[in-house]
Design a protein around this ligand. Structure first.
Ligand SMILES: [Zn+2]
Length: 364
């Protein structure tokens, strides 16, 4: 059976970095400044990214002490130009930014934090989730590279493809320079003042182990980072640096979050979310279906992560940058099934790709 094109044209199942099937955003309401006013005191600023997923949403919240900036973009010339025109439109200078807050340490969110700090006469403080330290090291330490090299070989990639993927990783790494200066850490359950509003910090794992989202009870607003997205599903990946079972933790987190009363969620990509619970249910249903497809791929003879990924994604249309996300997402689904008895990992010799087989269905 030829599954390759399966669901590839349905944007709702795109993962948030390998957006092969997702046409670049052409939002008719997007002004030259990239600004949408969410409320009197909240502006969304859309910053261009050099990928198929071509925009990251950042937010500016105005307060008595200055503005809070939530997430930043990747440090490219186009992004710097967009920030300058946004500040002009809002009639503020970088010195008006009181602090920077990051939802998670993926490059498209933290990549301009260091640049931002250097725009002000005195670098503004930077707050990030404490549990994102490990994610941070991926982009801070080049000596992590052998770990990723080995991981991709274990997924079944050949050396040449691994080299291409590594080069894509280096160029993304370069776009996070200069790295931010001093950082302060946020913990779950705190109240943090963003602009003129008090938000509760909520740990939202899955897309990133330590991602933090911010909930304002009074106005029922959620700054949800990449945890819940419209039109695309957040990339949930098992990487060498991630804690076990990211998909299981993501699903649990979504179940818990659907109990919250959210009027409007402000995400890191794509459109604002007005049907919070409805979108969460769609994301859960998507992964349940993907788990079935993953198990079916293994049952039909796919053995390595790459072989399974080839049945789930249109790998030939992905760029080197996108391949690693497809592998990590596939592995997250295999690990989820493995932890619950759906598939089995078979031991292999060193330097061989890990192999997966269907588990016997337990008899009652
Ligand atoms: Zn992300």
């Amino acid at each position: 059976m030829h599954w390759r094109a399966y669901k590839i044209l349905d944007e709702s199942v795109a993962i948030n970095l390998p957006l092969l099937k997702c046409a670049p955003d052409k939002d008719p309401s997007m002004s030259d400044t990239g600004i949408t006013q969410i409320a009197d005191d909240i502006a969304q600023v859309r910053i261009p990214l050099p990928y198929a997923l071509n925009i990251v949403n950042c937010y500016l919240l105005r307060g008595a002490e200055g503005w809070t900036l939530v997430d930043t973009g990747l440090n490219t010339a186009a992004a710097r130009a967009q920030w300058r025109s946004a500040l002009n439109a809002l009639d503020i200078t970088p010195d008006a930014i009181e602090k920077i807050v990051l939802t998670h340490m993926h490059p498209d969110h933290f990549g301009m934090a260091g640049w931002w700090q250097r725009q002000a006469a005195t670098p503004m403080p930077l707050f990030l989730p404490e549990r994102e330290r490990r994610q941070m090291q991926v982009f801070y330490r080049r000596d992590n590279t052998p770990l990723y090299h080995q991981w991709m070989l274990e997924c079944g990639m050949d050396e040449e493809s691994v080299d291409n993927i590594e080069n894509a990783l280096y160029s993304t790494r370069d776009l996070t320079q200069p790295h931010p200066l001093a950082q302060r850490f946020l913990r779950a359950g705190e109240t943090v003042r963003l602009g003129a509003r008090d938000f509760q910090t909520i740990h939202a794992p899955g897309h990133s182990d330590g991602q933090m989202i911010f909930y304002e009870v009074d106005d029922r607003l959620m700054l949800c980072g990449d945890h819940v997205l419209m039109r695309i599903t957040p990339n949930i990946g098992s990487w060498p640096h991630t804690e076990p079972d990211p998909l299981g933790r993501f699903m649990e987190s979504l179940e818990a979050l659907s109990a919250l009363d959210v009027r409007l969620a402000l995400p890191g990509h794509k459109q604002l979310i007005s049907d919070w619970r409805g979108r969460i249910q769609e994301l859960i249903a998507h992964h349940q279906q993907r788990l079935e497809e993953t198990r079916a791929a293994v049952s039909s003879g796919a053995r390595t992560v790459l072989e399974v990924a080839t049945q789930l994604f249109d790998m030939e249309r992905l760029t080197a940058h996108e391949w690693r996300f497809a592998l990590a997402e596939t592995l997250a689904h295999l690990n989820y099934l493995h932890a619950r008895g759906g598939v089995t990992r078979i031991p292999v010799e060193d330097d061989e790709a890990t192999r997966w087989i269907a588990a016997e269905v337990p008899r009652r």
